[in-house]
Ligand binder design. Sequence first.
Ligand code: DO4
Ligand code: MG
Length: 285
Amino acid sequence: MKLCRFQKDADGDAIRIGLAVDEMTLADLTAGGIESITELLEDDNAVARVEALTDLPTLPLAEVTFLAPVERQEVWAAGVTYLRSKTARMEESDFSASAYDLVYQADRPEIFFKSLPEKVVAPNESVGIRADAKWSVPEPELALVLNSRGQVVGCTIGNDMSSRDIEGENLLYLPQAKVYDRSCAIGPWLILGASEEAIREWIIGVKIIRANETVFAGETSLSNLKRSFDELAGYLCRSQTFAHGAILLTGTGVVPPDDFTLAAGDLIRIDISGIGTLENPVLVV
Ligand code: DO4
Ligand code: MG
């Protein structure tokens, strides 16, 4: 089941919850009494509840503006969860290489804070590259959606924008490499009711388009994610409660070559085969 948060282009600011009916059409769940994504995440019978709604008004996808499927959830991120990410980071920094090597093998994963919900960038809005960074990349990631009980109840697409030169200079600069204006985009679709086994068969890919040319494209299977969903969510929720639930980015397995950096005006297109496409232009912040 594919859900989204949206505004109708015709009537302004009201935020509504939608259900994908087909490639072109959305059903308006708010007209059926559903006012938030969070209430569905908290409901053990969310899929059945939505399926029971009848006679919902529909509207063309072309007439809506997608919002990020994030309400009051903090966004956190796991790192070095794919071999490709470990290798890339060990190459970027002699200083930090052993830390990345160790964390890839360790029981405890790397988990860091990524974004307040109100700072998450919506689909089609601009993500940022830092003005003081020289080496900026998108990180296409499967994003797990957790409810307030720490259960993984859904997933979506996330972009963990990163400044690799700042991260590579010193591991203690990681928060500056990862958390700045417009550094996290999420959406547009939130999937409910898919099993981990099914999700691990999906492919995640990214394309970076500059002046109508693809300047980088790469993909990997989500089966290459080293840790299980429950393992990552379990560590996030150790000694920490999330009253509104949380989003957990699961790390990147696609890294552009070392001579590639994003530039203002680029378009980042992230696809996950079972979810859809998250697209954002790039600006300098
Ligand atoms: O420690 C570096 C960050 C790792 C990360 O964000 C990733 O692997 O996706
Ligand atoms: Mg990442």
